[in-house]
Ligand binder design. Structure first.
Ligand SMILES: Cc1ncc(COP(=O)(O)O)c(C=O)c1O
Length: 361
């Protein structure tokens, strides 16, 4: 077996011990005579898996008792619609911060349901920064404030949590969840597609403060109703059992690594050395993001000559460094270095980048 270093933005690398355990348990899980995929989501055996996963996630993120944790489907993009459908109630307006492509998509979807007020935008910088809170034009009457703490495509991250007073703060944490500790009590809702830092695609985690439940539009489908999902243990319909089980294994792995404080230390170290290699390349590589807004998880960079992109990709792939092609909308390269990317992977990438620049520069 030769596993690559996989820099995919998602679905992304999973921790090897998690994959090994899943492999070992695939044909027969926990003495059941069947795999975990083949048993009822309502069986007491699966309910135990589901509850343990929730308990471990609560531990990792120190989720306060007055928050519900939902294990849903539909991906993060379905939350772009479920958030307004669940939070607008008798209000019409919602505040959105625009920091790039994912906030833009969230805004476009919300406009189907709400009067969207763009309270701040970093478009002036071509989305290479985050707008300082002093420039935000918040509406105290808004149903909620939505932002994207980590823009996966632009590689722009908030390294601070906005203060929005009593208005519920909603965050799309798809590409930053579990990369560091966060204070969940600062948020009304956080949500994430699983396929970056949680587990396989097919699962979406929503963490919602209880007092926000019960405001759902009567037009929302049953499955979109946070309150009904919470009351039914996220099992209004057949749950994504295998993805849920895998997420549970990832949560256990994270606890074995020492939890999120430990992950934060490792993630900042990995990101710092990669940015240092880019900045120290004498202009051969370039990352356009303002240093204090650079993402720990997604590191886009361009080469001095785009004509070299194809060779860089071919040679890096031969060196076992895969999925470095930048998002189709921006080109260049992007290294996604989620929790499960070992530090050796980042070291190997840096060494390859130095050699490549040395032979072409
Ligand atoms: C920040 C962010 N939000 C939303 C999405 C969309 O997620 P999904 O494909 O789960 O709908 C992504 C996917 O890459 C993302 O990075």
């Amino acid at each position: 077996m030769s596993r690559i270093f996989n820099f995919s933005a998602g679905p992304a690398v999973l921790p090897l011990p998690v994959l090994e355990r899943a492999r070992d348990e695939l044909l027969e899980w926990d003495g059941a005579g069947a795999s975990v995929m083949e048993i009822s989501h309502r069986s007491k055996e699966f309910i135990a898996v589901a509850e343990q996963a929730e308990a471990d996630l609560r531990d990792l993120l120190a989720i306060p008792a007055d928050y519900k944790v939902l294990f849903l489907q539909g991906g993060a993009q379905l939350q772009f619609a479920m958030v307004p459908l669940n939070l607008l109630a008798d209000k019409r307006g919602a505040d959105y911060v625009n920091t790039g492509q994912w906030s833009n998509k969230a805004i476009a979807e919300a406009r189907r349901f709400a009067e969207v007020n763009i309270v701040a935008s970093s478009e002036y910088s071509d989305f290479t920064t985050v707008p300082p809170q002093s420039d935000w034009n918040l509406d105290p009457g808004a149903a909620y404030v939505h932002y994207t703490p980590n823009e996966t495509i632009g590689g722009v991250e908030f390294h601070w949590v906005p203060d929005v007073g009593d208005v519920p703060l909603v965050a799309d944490v798809s590409s930053t969840i579990l990369s560091r500790p966060i204070d969940v009590s600062r948020f009304g809702i956080i949500y994430a597609g699983a396929q970056k830092n949680i587990g396989p695609a097919g699962l979406t985690i929503v963490i919602v403060r209880e007092d926000l439940l019960g405001r759902t539009s009567p037009l929302a489908p049953n499955l979109f109703d946070y309150k009904k999902q919470a009351e039914n243990g996220s099992m209004l319909n057949t749950a994504p059992t295998f993805a849920w089980y895998m997420a549970g294994l990832v949560f256990q792995w994270l606890k074995q690594q020492g939890g999120l404080a430990e992950m934060a230390e490792m993630n900042s170290r990995k990101a710092e050395k990669l940015y240092a290699a880019i900045d120290g390349s004498g202009g051969f590589y370039r990352n356009p993001v303002t240093p204090e807004c650079r993402s720990w998880m997604n590191v886009p960079f361009t080469l001095v000559d785009p004509e070299l992109d194809a060779t860089f990709l071919t040679e890096s792939k031969s060196a076992g460094l895969h999925a470095l092609k930048g998002h189709r909308s921006v080109g260049g390269m992007r290294a996604s270095i989620y929790n499960a990317m070992p530090e050796q992977g980042v070291d190997a990438l840096i060494e390859f980048m130095r050699d490549f620049a040395g032979s072409r520069g």
